[in-house]
Write a protein that binds this ligand. Structure first.
Ligand code: GTP
Ligand code: MG
Length: 148
């Protein structure tokens, strides 16, 4: 099954939106493979957002992500990378449709609550980066009721 890395950013954790975000992925039918709260290091964040290191907003982005604890998780399921991004909404919350996480809970791009991997390849890289200890891999009887 495809896997993605979803992370509640420091603003989402402080605002008490961890449960809400988990609930949406659970309700949709995706399977939780890993979950942890941590204070990320600068080094970890610079690796995670390495592709954006030349952007003018990069220092601000790293400071934002360093500002408090985050909750990282791995979700599995059919097309979970693309669907996870749809559930999060557009990068700029004001451009996100209502019903999406950002569209329901955020306004500014620099405080957009959650992260989702943008491709299967980056998802696998991010899972290895944030969960070097590994993640679960299990069968779920519920899948019979979700997948045809
Ligand atoms: P992530 O799921 O966090 O990776 O967001 P994304 O994939 O929707 O967007 P992208 O990877 O391009 O940017 C990563 C993060 O950098 C965004 O989620 C924003 O928090 C931040 N960011 C992106 N563009 C801007 C910008 O123009 N200004 C500011 N302040 N932050 C930005
Ligand atoms: Mg991104």
């Amino acid at each position: 099954q495809e896997r993605t890395y979803i992370m509640v950013k420091p603003d989402g954790v402080e605002r008490g939106l961890v449960g809400e975000i988990i609930k949406r992925f659970e309700n949709r039918g995706f399977k939780l493979l890993a979950l942890k709260a941590l204070q990320p290091s600068r080094d970890l964040l610079e690796k995670h957002y390495a592709d954006l290191s030349s952007k003018p907003f990069f220092p601000k982005l790293v400071d934002y992500m360093l500002s408090g604890p985050v909750v990282g998780m791995v979700w599995a399921g059919k097309e979970v990378v693309k669907t996870g991004r749809v559930m999060l909404g557009a990068t700029n919350p004001l451009a996100s449709a209502p019903g999406t996480i950002r569209g329901d809970y955020a306004i500014d791009v620099g405080k957009n609550i959650c992260h989702g991997s943008d491709a299967v390849e980056s998802a696998e890289k991010e899972i290895a980066l944030w969960f070097p200890e590994g993640v679960l891999n299990y069968e779920r009887s519920l899948d019979k009721l979700i997948y045809e």
